[in-house]
Ligand binder design. Structure first.
Ligand code: TXA
Ligand code: MG
Length: 323
């Protein structure tokens, strides 16, 4: 489907009727609902099968809208001015007057805001003139969708419309930074990398959630394909499909290569699509696991490798209950 102005108008009108609309962003596809409406936000949680303690990202047109809902520290302002619109989500204190559904914050007194750069996401936000809550448009714990067809396969019956913008060019979800309480804490690595943040603010982001479950994207098992995943493979085994990076391992059978030339941006853009393909096609061929070659993350030049390895580590983690 190519997206017309009429499609955008229909999508905006569905959002006003508390229906769900999937739409592309530069990172991954989002499962969107009216962020002012408890009914729409509940429908998102239900469609995803997402635990209610895992808060959602709210997408807005720009910084001015964002300031309406949340309080920005001076560092948060610098970050927003440098990286919005773009693949950065800021966790901020909710304003007292904030009219966003409390459900988007899942009981926290903070809210995660992002201004997406994708022209269709921007067109939808401008047409609808409401903030849009949108987690990645996959079932909870599964691989994020980077293509409209992935959304249809996984959530088709739960969404009123899928806006098809083709493949997402970043391919992994936005960087999530907690800026509350004077902290700059990296909750989820993404393509806005720690060296980029350090260059701007003159200090490196802290790592992790400091013990508490501040960002459930930090749940260990996530992005999980059906087949088990084995990391840092230095040899391919006969029962395994291979996710390669750089020159593929000798003797490998069914293989997808994230980037034969070793380019991390290309690898990020390919990651979720290839994991899905290896999973479905590997199982069809009777393979029983996915082996993954090492992806570098050391040094400023390889900083995006941190985000890729974060997703791969979670894809390989044990899957208790698999929510
Ligand atoms: O690239 C993206 O960020 C995509 C596109 C659609 O924008 N969205 C996305 O949303 O990945 P989701 O819901 O799958 O991931 C949101 C992450 C989760 O790890 C969630 O726990 C965290 O942000 N988060 C949301 N609100 C938060 C809050 N108030 N405090 C801490 N973490 C929060
Ligand atoms: Mg997600």
């Amino acid at each position: 489907m190519s997206v017309s102005a009429r499609n955008i108008r229909n999508a905006a009108s569905l959002l006003h009727q508390e229906q769900l609309v999937a739409f592309p962003t530069e990172t991954v596809y989002g499962l969107g609902g009216n962020a002012l409406s408890d009914a729409a936000v509940s429908a998102i949680y239900a469609a995803k099968g997402r635990p209610g303690f895992n808060p959602l990202i709210v997408h807005v047109r720009g910084l001015e809208d964002a300031c309406h809902y949340a309080v920005f520290s001076s560092e948060a302002l610098l970050l927003a001015r440098a990286f919005w619109p773009g693949p950065l989500t800021l966790v901020l204190p909710r304003r007292e007057t904030c009219t966003l559904s409390l459900l988007v914050s899942a009981g926290l007194d903070t809210v995660a805001l992002r201004v997406p750069a994708h022209p269709l996401a921007q067109a939808l936000l401008h047409e609808a003139r409401i903030p849009i809550a949108a987690p990645s448009a996959n079932r909870s714990g599964h691989v994020s969708p980077t293509d409209a067809a992935h959304v249809q396969q996984e959530l088709g019956q739960h969404v009123s419309m899928v806006l098809d913008g083709g493949p997402c060019h970043v391919g992994i979800e936005s960087t999530v930074l907690d800026t509350t309480g004077g902290h700059i804490r990296l909750l989820r690595p993404g393509s806005v990398t720690p060296p980029m943040i350090e260059k701007l603010l003159g200090r490196a982001p802290e790592r992790g959630a400091g013990g508490a479950l501040l960002s459930p994207g930090m749940l260990e098992s996530h992005y999980a394909p059906a087949l088990p995943v084995r990391l840092n493979a230095v040899a391919a085994q006969a029962h395994e499909a291979l996710l390669a990076f750089g020159p593929a391992l000798p003797g490998a059978g069914f293989t997808c290569n994230l980037s034969p030339g070793g380019n991390l941006q290309e690898a990020a853009a390919n990651l979720f699509r290839m994991l899905r393909h290896l999973d479905a096609e590997g199982a069809r061929r009777g393979l029983t696991a996915i082996a993954v070659m090492p992806v570098p993350e050391d040094g400023e030049h390889n900083a995006l490798g941190l985000a890729i390895n974060d997703r791969l580590t979670r894809a390989a983690a044990p899957r208790p209950g698999r929510s």
